[in-house]
Ligand binder design. Structure first.
Ligand code: HEC
Ligand code: HEC
Ligand code: HEC
Ligand code: HEC
Length: 209
């Protein structure tokens, strides 16, 4: 003997109710149809599983390809430095924090440098790419994703066009976003305070000269 909870969806006879009546009722089933019920239940479970897998299969690649890519200005890399693999393909990876003596001597890291070093942002295995915290390799054209990991609010504003700059047309045509690194040096991003210049001298005080 098994007890199972069923739901009746039949509206009361003789009256067309606008509402469906959901009534829980207990069905007492005998041994035989309990076996039937069980196989039916197993089938249903399998179908549900198949449906779930199908839905996942359909939505996962779609979700992955739905990630918006922003049309951006080209990354402001120094001339001749890219592809980095020109040199790095034949170089050993040196993850040690150190003063660089042979190359990139102009780079002085001043960006939460106590907590990190070069290869937290640059991909050790493929130097032509950047690296997100989860290890995903991203192109230099998507460096905003790297910055966005820690500067979430600014990233949100940037996407909405509140922080940063966009150029191009409002109506149709291509609008391009300035990358974060078009304005901020990724190795030393804080803007230096600008020394104010003296105001211009009014002409009447210098006889129009
Ligand atoms: C906060 C993340 C971050 C860290 C840490 C970092 N970089 Fe970078 N680096 C970047 C990004 C982003 C760019 C790309 C800038 C661009 O698109 O022009 C870049 C560009 C470069 C470039 C190309 C520079 C050029 O002149 O065009 C070199 C070389 C480089 N990094 C080396 C290093 C070295 C060496 C270190 C460690 C001392 C380091 N980076 C630390 C994010 C980082
Ligand atoms: C002309 C050759 C050359 C090019 C091009 C070059 N690098 Fe390097 N890079 C080096 C050398 C050599 C070192 C080691 C310097 C040292 O140890 O003093 C180095 C070191 C580094 C390091 C420190 C970590 C490590 O493995 O030693 C990073 C990060 C780095 N380069 C990133 C880049 C990026 C990003 C680019 C392209 C935008 C780039 N490099 C282009 C020669 C190059
Ligand atoms: C791993 C986290 C992390 C990533 C990734 C990161 N930042 Fe930062 N950033 C910080 C922290 C922490 C500070 C504050 C400490 C400092 O200024 O050294 C900071 C400071 C800054 C500042 C200065 C803020 C001020 O107070 O004026 C700017 C601008 C900035 N980051 C821009 C960027 C850009 C652009 C990128 C991408 C190339 C980036 N950050 C990537 C953590 C991060
Ligand atoms: C068009 C140039 C431009 C672009 C693009 C840009 N920024 Fe900025 N950012 C600025 C200026 C200007 C400031 C204000 C500096 C100041 O007040 O000292 C600033 C300030 C900041 C600060 C400090 C803000 C604070 O509240 O202390 C952070 C962090 C920052 N930007 C990160 C980013 C990141 C991340 C991106 C890309 C997603 C980005 N910026 C893109 C120009 C830019």
């Amino acid at each position: 003997m098994t007890y199972s909870l069923y739901e009746s969806i039949s509206p009361p006879v003789g009256r067309r109710s606008p509402h469906r009546r959901w009534k829980p009722v207990f069905l007492v089933t005998s041994k035989e149809n309990s076996a039937e019920f069980e196989t039916g239940y197993k089938l249903m479970k399998r179908n549900l599983l198949l449906a779930a897998l199908l839905i996942m299969g359909l939505t996962l690649p779609a979700a992955a390809s739905q990630r918006t890519e922003f049309p951006v200005a080209s990354p402001p890399l120094s001339e001749g430095i890219f592809p980095c693999s020109n040199c790095h393909a034949g170089l050993e990876v040196n993850a040690k924090r150190r003063e660089l003596k042979n190359e990139h001597t102009n780079i002085k890291l001043h960006h939460a440098e106590q907590e990190r070093w070069c290869l937290d942002c640059h991909n050790a295995a493929n130097r032509d790419k950047l690296k997100l915290a989860d290890g995903e390799a991203v192109d230099f054209t998507e460096s905003y994703r790297l910055c966005g990991q820690c500067h979430g609010n600014i990233y949100r504003d940037w996407k909405a066009g509140i922080h940063g700059k966009r150029v191009g047309y409002f109506k149709g045509g291509k609008r391009t976003y300035f990358l974060c690194v078009n304005c901020h040096n990724p190795h030393d991003p804080k803007f230096k305070p600008i020394k104010p210049l003296p105001p211009p001298i009014r002409p009447e005080y210098n006889n129009g000269r």
